[in-house]
Ligand binder design. Structure first.
Ligand code: CP3
Length: 326
């Protein structure tokens, strides 16, 4: 049976999550291990997924940088004082995850205890490029021009920022592993914005730093979107499983990656807005392309959209289990 879990499975499409969010701010929820553990476990029974995904955020570890991280209502993350120049980068303090996010490790321990070995817990962190893009842009971006300007014009500062984030990320993930996370996922969500040449020069060395520093023996999922042209260098940077968005055929992408890595993916999250009878064809197609090979984890190509009916997500999980066990 093909395992299935969904990125952002504990997010805003769940009414129970929205009810909690009516009472608590996002950061407040993340900083409260009992509440964050509760949110982590919400989709486990509700959806019947094969893994729990830690409720936290990739940006939590940047708080010690003093850049003014906030989660504005309905807008996603906002960084009040973005880091745009070499002088800004030089002034950044190092990040000590044990001091910055002890609550995340407490959440991991609480969840692992509650799961009692029933299912694995997936811990996660942002990859250096994706986290750097928020720190430099000050929030979400379409074109990543501030990020690319720093990269091209002040390469030394760029590498310094990326190294600072890589060191912190490795310690953040190892802290989650030490607390009991059985799998970790590195999110390079926006890396598809760079060319393969720039990936190799400005991104890959730092992903490698993270991967090489991780506690051995824990499976690592390396995720990105828009990465059709980056699959081989992403694989070379590290990870046991490579995440695929929906803009590639799963079998063609796996062919490029080769047999030594698994793949995660790759249904378009928007497909879940349609009724199950409609998206069933897409699910079948993905399973056909995976052809029952071990090492396929069924997932969406990106996070669950807030508009997704819970019934549809549940139907997807059941469908994957049923179709893949025939
Ligand atoms: O089940 C899960 O996957 C929940 C854990 C999770 C969250 N963020 C909770 C969250 C995970 C794995 C993340 C990772 C994350 N955060 C990424 C990489 C994954 C991806 O989807 O690409 C990124 C880029 C971020 C940064 C971030 N945090 C953004 C862009 C936003 C806005 C999200 C949106 O959907 O609009 C957040 C906030 C956030 N992180 C929410 C949740 C549940 C919504 C917060 C709210 O309740 O308002």
């Amino acid at each position: 049976m093909t395992p299935v879990w969904l990125m952002r499975q504990a997010g805003r499409f769940l009414p129970e999550y929205r009810a909690l969010r009516a009472r608590y701010g996002f950061l407040e929820l993340c900083r409260n291990p009992a509440a964050a553990a509760e949110v982590t476990l919400l989709p486990v029974d509700r959806l019947g997924v094969d893994a729990a995904i830690l409720f936290a955020d990739i940006l939590l570890i940047i708080e010690p940088l003093g850049v003014g991280l906030e989660f504005a209502k309905g807008e996603g993350p906002v960084i009040q004082r973005p880091v745009r120049t070499g002088a800004h980068v030089a002034a950044l303090p190092p990040i000590d995850p044990a001091a910055a996010v002890p609550f995340v490790f407490d959440t991991v321990r609480t969840v692992v205890r509650a799961l009692g070995g029933r299912l694995p817990l997936i811990g996660f962190a942002g990859a250096p490029f994706t986290v750097a893009s928020y720190v430099v842009e000050g929030g979400a971006s379409r074109d990543f021009l501030h990020t690319k300007r720093l990269m091209y014009e002040e390469p030394e500062a760029w590498h310094r920022l990326m190294d600072l984030l890589a060191q912190a990320t490795a310690r953040y993930l190892n802290g989650q592993i030490a607390a009991g996370a059985q799998i970790v996922q590195l999110f390079d969500s926006w890396v598809g914005m760079v060319s393969p040449i720039d990936y190799r020069a400005f991104v890959q060395p730092h992903v490698r730093t993270v991967m090489k520093a991780l506690t051995p023996g824990v499976p690592v999922i390396h995720f990105g979107t828009g990465t059709a042209g980056l699959l081989a260098p992403m694989r070379d940077a590290g990870g046991d499983v490579i995440g695929l968005d929906w803009r590639v055929d799963l079998d063609a992408a796996w062919e490029v990656l080769g047999p030594d890595v698994g793949v995660q993916g790759n249904l378009d999250p928007a497909a879940l807005l349609a009724p199950p009878t409609v998206f069933k064809e897409r699910v079948r197609e993905i399973l056909k392309r995976a052809a029952g090979r071990p090492g396929h984890i069924f997932n969406l190509g990106h996070g669950v959209l807030p508009q997704t009916p819970v019934d549809h997500a549940r139907a997807l999980v059941d469908m994957v289990h049923e179709l893949s066990s025939r």
